[in-house]
Design a protein around this ligand. Structure first.
Ligand code: SF4
Ligand code: SF4
Length: 204
């Protein structure tokens, strides 16, 4: 079963294995594609059957730098929420208790993708991470503290110690911008950027 109701998971911490950025293809909302093309150029997005995806290079997302995402502040929503799936209805009737999550006066049904190697890792209770994930989804916050972020192995240990006592800690470390390969000429790149942006403008 790829999606586990959250009650089957005790703790969660990203262990920076980097597999999610290799195994999956990230679909972008049109406004996300527009933002990324404007900032990083047209080669970071591919269009297939009218849908937008992050480009993959050598089997990994173009923005993956070793095992870590190099565009933390610009990550699309799908990457921010991964590996959590927040629904308004249970995906299966039998999940209605195991997946139910009541938070800030609303009821959600939350699942964790079983492929993620962070399941039952660390000491952060999964409930605490889910609160942050729902806040991100509802755009109540854009800061990722416990969910996937720019944490390093050392900072994960540190944040887990602090989060046990404080339940919320803010850390931040800017990573360098990705080196986008210039495999297309500048002229073609500008043309591609303009074409994609015009198309996105029409869709938004
Ligand atoms: S979110 Fe999960 S799969 Fe992705 S890098 Fe972290 S532990 Fe690995
Ligand atoms: S944008 Fe970042 S988090 Fe999302 S797939 Fe690419 S490297 Fe991974």
């Amino acid at each position: 079963m790829p999606l586990l109701p959250w009650r089957l998971v005790k703790t969660w911490s990203c262990i920076l294995c980097g597999e999610c950025c290799r195994k999956f293809e990230v679909r972008l909302l049109p406004h996300e594609a527009k933002r990324l093309i404007e900032k990083y150029g047209p080669e970071v997005v591919v269009v297939r059957k009218g849908k937008y995806y992050l480009k993959k290079v050598n089997g990994a997302c173009i923005f993956q730098d070793k095992r870590i995402c190099s565009i933390q502040g610009d990550k699309p929503m799908a990457c921010r929420l991964w590996p959590f799936y927040v629904e308004k209805k249970p995906m299966r009737l039998e999940d209605r208790y195991l997946a139910r999550f009541d938070f800030m006066g609303e009821t959600y049904y939350v699942y964790v993708h079983s492929m993620c190697r962070g399941i039952n890792k660390g000491i952060t209770p999964v409930e605490v991470v889910i609160m942050e994930v729902i806040s991100l989804m509802k755009r109540k916050t854009s800061m990722q503290i416990l969910s996937t972020s720019m944490l390093t192995d050392d900072s994960i240990k540190r944040i887990e110690m602090l989060s046990k006592a404080l339940k919320s800690v803010i850390i931040g470390r800017k990573l360098p911008l990705p080196q986008v390969p210039l495999y297309v000429s500048l002229k073609n790149r500008e043309l591609a950027q303009r074409t994609l942006l015009e198309r996105l403008e029409a869709e938004l």
